[in-house]
Design a protein around this ligand. Structure first.
Ligand SMILES: Cc1cc2nc3c(=O)[nH]c(=O)nc-3n(C[C@H](O)[C@H](O)[C@H](O)COP(=O)(O)O)c2cc1C
Length: 167
């Protein structure tokens, strides 16, 4: 088991990373990130997802062009697109794939690999670039790479007493 205080610190220290080293990430580390995603929980354990590993620079560039706040995608050595399968779990594919994304981001962070959820993309255009079908929901494309420069300062969070309600 992981020490709970270490885990909380780890969760608090994770940052979205938008700057990557031009350095190859070994396959075994990529595998660990994918594996972490595979072990995410899902409603009725339906696992309504597929993961697309994108290393092709042209594809990264094209997706980047179609993401308003995603210019860093083109600078990443690789990205993982997380795709929900709508018919496999019509009511939960978004929740399930969101959990995949979080587990992958945490696994990546533990390896010193930075990533950042990209939501601001033209999903239809990005789906077309990736050759996805009607049944596919493109949750996000996570650009990934070893962190370049300083880790950004912690982003603000609302205080717990503002958001915690006791009833
Ligand atoms: C659903 C979602 C969509 C996001 N979309 C983008 C995006 O398009 N571009 C970007 O640079 N960051 C994006 N982010 C990252 C957030 O800006 C970031 O998580 C937030 O500012 C908190 O910073 P932190 O992750 O470093 O704690 C997104 C995050 C989430 C959860």
């Amino acid at each position: 088991m992981i020490n709970p205080e270490d885990l909380l610190e780890f969760i608090k220290n994770r940052r979205s990373i938008r700057s990557f080293q031009d350095k190859k990430v070994p396959d075994n580390e990529i595998q660990m990130i994918l594996e972490a995603g595979r072990w995410a929980p899902s409603a009725s354990n339906k696992q309504p997802w597929e993961f697309y590993l994108i290393r092709d620079k042209e594809i990264l560039k094209e997706i980047s062009k179609n993401a308003l706040y995603g210019s860093h995608i083109k600078r990443a050595p690789f990205a993982i697109a997380i795709v929900g399968k709508k018919t496999t779990s019509p009511n939960y594919y978004i929740q399930d794939t969101s959990l995949v994304s979080m587990t992958m981001m945490l696994m990546a962070w533990s390896l010193g690999i930075g990533t950042c959820w990209i939501g601001s993309m033209n999903r239809e255009k990005a789906k077309e670039i990736l050759g996805l079908t009607e049944n596919d929901y493109l949750l996000t494309v996570l650009p990934m790479g070893y962190i370049k420069g300083n880790i950004p300062k912690p982003t603000l969070r609302a205080a717990l007493d503002q958001i915690k309600k006791e009833i």
